[in-house]
Design a protein around this ligand. Structure first.
Ligand code: CDP
Length: 222
């Protein structure tokens, strides 16, 4: 059996990764955070001091290996989880992920990962491009101020103080760039189910999506 595939897409800070990780743990699925991959490319591009606007300079991707296993992102053998969440990476990731060359490289890795076992993959183009035949597609949304508040709390827990208005602005800008790019923009797949988490806790969101997974599985087995 090919395994059960869940695609979770949605705008910045809608809770995709947190929720997907918890669902994966509860149901024994493999979770893949594709945003972490684009963040890793951005981190490397910054570290290598390439011209971020020049698509041809991303050819370093031919010689390094970006991989994702055990819910962890690796660049060759280096774990980059903390470094990829920096402000500088966040500010540049939408630009980096707009290049067709970068996307092709990442989508190839993601398609490969999606072929084995039960997978829950989150990102912007999972239901539209990476796993168009997913068994269940979710489009996770939440009000932008609520998303900014969640980001603020996350940063606060890590000891950083960030202005709420600045976060609203950063998230709005990123959403705009992600939705308006020519290559695989953030878009709800026609057959995706919208889940609005504005008034839901993380646990309630997890519960709701698990119910959707169970009912999609039930429909397959009928
Ligand atoms: O900050 P948040 O967790 O919401 O974003 P992320 O999932 O870490 O993704 C970071 C950025 O990577 C997005 O803003 C997109 O520009 C890009 N991305 C993408 O283009 N395609 C994906 N499948 C996943 C992320």
């Amino acid at each position: 059996m090919a395994g059960f595939k869940v695609a979770i897409d949605g705008p910045a800070g809608s809770g995709k990764s947190t929720i997907s990780k918890m669902i994966a743990k509860e149901l024994g699925m493999t979770h893949v955070d594709t945003g972490a991959m684009y963040r890793a490319v951005t981190l490397l591009a910054i570290e290598r001091r390439i011209n971020l606007n020049d698509e041809s300079q991303y050819d370093f991707l031919e010689t390094i290996q970006i991989s994702y296993h055990d819910d962890q992102i690796y660049v060759d053998n280096r774990i980059v989880e903390d470094d990829i969440r920096s402000k500088e990476v966040t500010e540049n990731v939408s630009l980096v992920s707009s290049f067709p060359y970068v996307r092709k490289k990442m989508v190839d890795i993601q398609k490969n990962l999606s072929t084995s076992g039960d997978i829950i993959m989150d990102g912007r183009d999972i239901g539209t491009v990476v796993i168009p035949n997913a068994d269940l597609k979710i489009f996770l949304v939440a009000d932008v101020v609520e998303r900014a508040k969640r980001r603020q709390l996350e940063k606060h827990k890590k000891g950083f103080k960030v202005d709420l208005e600045k976060l609203v602005e950063e998230i709005t800008t990123r959403d705009h760039k992600d939705s308006s790019r020519a290559e695989s923009p953030l878009r709800k797949a026609d057959d995706a189910i919208i889940v609005d988490t504005t008034n839901l806790t993380v646990n309630q969101s997890v519960k709701k999506i698990i119910e959707l997974i169970q009912s999609a599985k039930g429909a397959i087995n009928e």
